[in-house]
Design a protein around this ligand. Structure first.
Ligand SMILES: [Cu+2]
Length: 446
């Protein structure tokens, strides 16, 4: 039961799986991550199983779980028929390990392997997924994705810790993945949306039962390739405690709803009602009004005692307390369409083969504007760094860090960050059909 476990079960599990320490000076062997064909029961039985791709025989792939300060040493073994790489979404820095092919590494050919070594300096919820330009969307849609959890030294108190991978599959009537990838019309629109929402690899919803008044830590990741998910909470009290791997002061989301872009992660404490027989749920809001339940909670048994207010995870001291906007390098990216082709700053995009959008010296503050001149929401991802979303009208910013921000149709959004990690960093739309069609560029920190 890897996804939902009580604190006690989790602690017992740590003991049960403790590995012998390697001899001094000897590097432990890599964690092998084999990407290849898998069969999965996505639709409820007796519908047939679906041929998909997974890591180590499962999709979502195994949860990679470490402690803060550990080193992740993983060997991607590519047993698929496509070139591969692994992007580790949310991990800062270490350009050569960012997994964006061909920008930061060569693609890993079918049959080949590649070693990733990442020092895990920040605790939080991360994910891993293919990062090969033009191929990543199909590989992700066929099932290659997984969570990386870096535990904080002192976990916040909760009654349960639930990891949730949300996914969006496009299946035909027989339960097979529809092979209509790289559709030019979809790349001009919202991207390749699916027709089956899955929670941890099985069709939604997923049901849980807890004592009244339980506090549930929910760690959510949207690992779909295109669908921006508006997730609403009903019946309980949600408090957001981390966004895109970085802790924030706990806050109740506006209208009890969070907008989760592809590859974004949110952590919440969800307090269930204090009475027995009550219900609470997490819902996917659909634009057409056909909302869908994703998580269902029922309370049963003796109520738990009253809870203290949700505490804050320690803020990350590695992130800059101030960003000097007045001294920042200001860069604008106008994203438009010309006869159905994406353009960046008025020109057809050369993606990672073109010149960088900008170059800065290490340590430079940067203000970056995403000016969306299209009718389609974009999910713009700045690689290697954590960014602040600036307010539209003043110098303030939202009180949490982001990897990806939504640029709504016809609007400009600005982010600020300190470019403190050297290398060639991708800057692209995390709706991967958009990336493949050219909503992709890069910047260089020297
Ligand atoms: Cu990205």
């Amino acid at each position: 039961m890897p996804f939902a476990q009580t604190r006690r079960a989790f602690l017992a599990g740590v003991g049960a799986f403790a590995l012998p320490l390697p001899a001094r000076g000897e590097e432990p062997p890599p964690r092998i991550l084999e990407a290849g064909p898998v069969k999965a029961q996505l639709l409820p039985a007796p519908a047939p199983a679906t041929d998909i791709l997974g890591f180590d025989g499962v999709s979502p792939g195994p949860i990679l779980r470490y402690r803060q300060g550990d080193t992740l040493f993983a060997r991607l073994v590519n047993k698929t028929e496509k070139p591969m790489s692994l992007h580790w979404q949310g991990l800062r820095g270490e350009n050569g390990m960012d997994g964006v092919a061909p920008l930061t590494q060569a693609a890993v050919a079918p049959g080949a392997s590649f070693d990733y070594r990442r020092k895990l300096e920040d605790p939080g919820l991360f994910c891993y997924r293919p990062g090969v330009f033009k191929e990543a969307g199909e590989l992700l849609d066929r099932g290659l994705k997984g969570l990386l959890v870096v535990d904080e030294p002192k976990p916040l108190e909760s009654d349960a810790d639930i990891l949730v991978v949300l996914d969006d599959w496009r299946l035909d009537a027989k339960g097979a993945i529809e092979g209509d990838f790289s559709n030019a019309d979809e790349a001009k629109g919202a991207g390749r949306l699916g027709n089956l929402i899955a929670v941890n690899g099985a069709s939604a919803p997923k049901s849980f039962e807890f004592q009244p008044g339980s506090r549930i830590r929910l760690r959510l990741a949207n690992l779909a390739s295109a669908r921006i998910m508006a997730l609403s909470f009903e019946g309980g009290t949600p408090s957001v405690i981390a966004v895109d791997s970085q802790p924030c002061d706990p806050f109740p989301p506006v209208r009890n709803t969070i907008p989760v872009t592809p590859s974004a992660r949110y952590e919440l404490m969800f307090d269930l009602p204090a009475t027995e027989g009550a219900k609470a749920r997490m819902i996917l809001r659909a634009a057409d009004g056909r909302d869908q339940d994703l998580l269902l909670f029922a309370t049963k048994g003796a109520p738990r005692g009253a809870r203290e207010p949700v505490r804050s995870l320690p803020q990350n001291p590695a992130l800059p307390p101030v960003i000097h906007l007045e001294q920042s390098k200001k860069v604008d990216l106008v994203i438009a369409q010309d006869n159905g082709r994406w353009t960046l700053n008025g020109r057809p995009s050369k993606a990672y083969a073109g010149d960088p959008l900008f170059r800065v010296k290490r340590g430079t503050p940067v203000t970056l504007g995403f000016d969306n001149r299209t009718g389609i929401p974009l999910a713009m991802h700045v690689h290697g760094h954590c960014v602040r979303l600036l307010h539209d009208l003043d110098d303030g910013w939202e009180p949490y860090w982001r990897n990806t921000v939504v640029a709504p149709p016809g609007k400009a959004k600005h982010v600020a960050f300190v470019a403190d990690s050297p290398g060639r960093w991708a800057l692209h739309d995390d709706i991967l059909d958009h990336e493949a069609a050219g909503v992709a560029t890069w910047f260089e920190v020297g």
